[in-house]
Design a protein around this ligand. Structure first.
Ligand code: C2E
Ligand code: SIN
Ligand code: SIN
Ligand code: FE
Ligand code: FE
Length: 377
């Protein structure tokens, strides 16, 4: 006899919903068995900067850690997990009360008393952590840990599955760029810097726009693709060492539509059209040259009609174009670059995004120090 009475309790995982909702679904199922699991959170790791970032969590009503990041090297207790190559049980978080890192203090302050932490790996590379927290002390029996391992790997697979799709897409676009010598104009360092500026701006505006960590991470991931359409611009224009003529610039403007087309083709070829975050990617490629006052291209959109991710990336991109060497211009000092941004605020650029970047000038300079061009000439 065939029966369809059973409802798959994890059915939501089949749906195209944000990771947070998937995590909440898993948390709900886990709680039926182990009701002491009060919070699950996931952090992702940026190997280039050694930074661990909060990414998504299921925390009931409180949100102890939002938009938080720390260097793994400074988070000793977490670093030890990798050193040991094993997950870690802390049955009483108060052992960290005195010396612990800020994030541990925040977790404690919200009343969490214990944690189980599993490292996640993608293609053998450390990728981040899954945390299970409880308000109780000593809740982790061997049976519970056994079960949490399974759930931890399930969460890890859900997250890495999503991320590996993005990584494949980014790698394909990067390869396309390298094949077409596009690196000659948009250096890897430009992309490293501008994507991190975009992340800074998004973090700074997260209160006003209610951005969550997932959204901010996707801005960071997709920002480097803003100019992918330049691979379709002929070399005599793209690589021209001096000012473009009016006609040449008109042709150059076509990089926006070409970018959108390349991204759409790529999403289709990879079967990712229905992917949760593709609009962030499309918007960044398509609208990063629109201006607040309507004078931009290709559509002449104004103000709030320009998607916020495009306004953010525009500021990050223009700042880096000003502060670095371009084939057609020498690098400017940060003082001068920020002065020009301020002048463009409200006309070409979104004022709040400009202010947000300027408020983070110290961090901007740290990023510049870390991702310097290797001068070829
Ligand atoms: P890009 O080099 O990545 O520059 C991105 C944006 O940064 C520019 O978009 C512009 O808004 C800003 N920007 C860059 N340099 C300056 C500058 O010296 N002054 C000011 N006020 N803003 C600057 P835009 O203008 O739409 O240009 C798009 C792309 O067209 C540029 O991307 C670059 O690849 C190309 N391009 C623009 N002007 C020239 C040029 O005079 N010569 C050459 N060879 N390429 C140019
Ligand atoms: C820590 O490892 O410092 C505690 C953080 C947590 O378990 O969420
Ligand atoms: C790079 O080109 O350095 C990485 C950025 C990307 O994957 O598009
Ligand atoms: Fe562009
Ligand atoms: Fe750029």
């Amino acid at each position: 006899m065939v029966m369809f009475d059973h409802q798959d309790s994890l059915g939501a995982l089949n749906e195209d919903i944000p990771l947070r909702e998937k995590l909440e679904c898993i948390h709900g199922v886990l709680k039926q068995q182990y009701d002491f699991i009060d919070r699950i959170s996931v952090t992702v790791y940026d190997a280039k900067t050694d930074i661990l970032k909060t990414f998504v969590d299921s925390s009931g009503t409180d949100e102890p850690l939002q938009h938080y990041q720390a260097r793994l090297a400074d988070a000793g207790s977490l670093r030890d997990i990798l050193g040991h190559g094993r997950p870690r049980v802390v049955n009483d978080l108060e052992v960290f009360a005195a010396g612990g890192h800020i994030h541990t203090q925040q977790i404690l302050k919200q009343g969490y008393r214990s944690s189980y932490t599993l490292p996640m790996f993608l293609n053998g590379h450390f990728f981040g952590f899954v945390f299970f927290n409880s308000y109780r002390k000593h809740p982790f029996t061997p049976d519970a840990l056994h079960c949490l391992d399974t759930f931890g790997h399930l969460i890890s697979l859900v997250i890495t599955g999503e991320m590996s799709a993005i990584h494949t897409l980014l790698a394909a676009l990067k390869t396309a760029r390298e094949i077409t010598h596009h690196r000659d104009v948009e250096t890897a360092e430009h992309l490293d810097r501008m994507s991190r500026y975009a992340q800074l701006i998004a973090k700074e505006l997260s209160g006003k726009y209610d951005f969550d960590d997932e959204y901010i991470e996707h801005i960071f991931l997709f920002a480097p693709l803003h100019d992918i359409g330049k691979i379709g611009i002929p070399d005599r224009i793209l690589l021209k060492p001096d000012k473009l003529s009016g006609r040449e610039f008109e042709q150059m403007k076509g990089h926006v539509q070409k970018g959108r087309q390349i991204i759409d083709d790529m999403l289709q070829n990879f079967g990712l059209e229905g992917f949760q975050y593709v609009d962030i990617l499309r918007n960044i490629a398509q609208y990063h040259h629109e201006s607040i006052d309507g004078s931009g291209y290709p559509y002449g959109l104004e103000g709030g009609d320009i998607p916020i991710e495009a306004r953010i990336v525009a500021v990050a991109d223009v700042f880096d174009a000003l502060a670095s060497r371009r084939r057609y211009k020498a690098p400017w000092t940060n003082d001068k670059a920020f002065a020009v941004l301020r002048r463009l605020a409200g006309s070409r650029l979104d004022r709040e995004c400009v202010d947000a970047l300027e408020r983070n000038r110290a961090e901007v300079e740290r990023i510049q120090d870390q991702f310097r061009e290797i001068q070829a000439d």
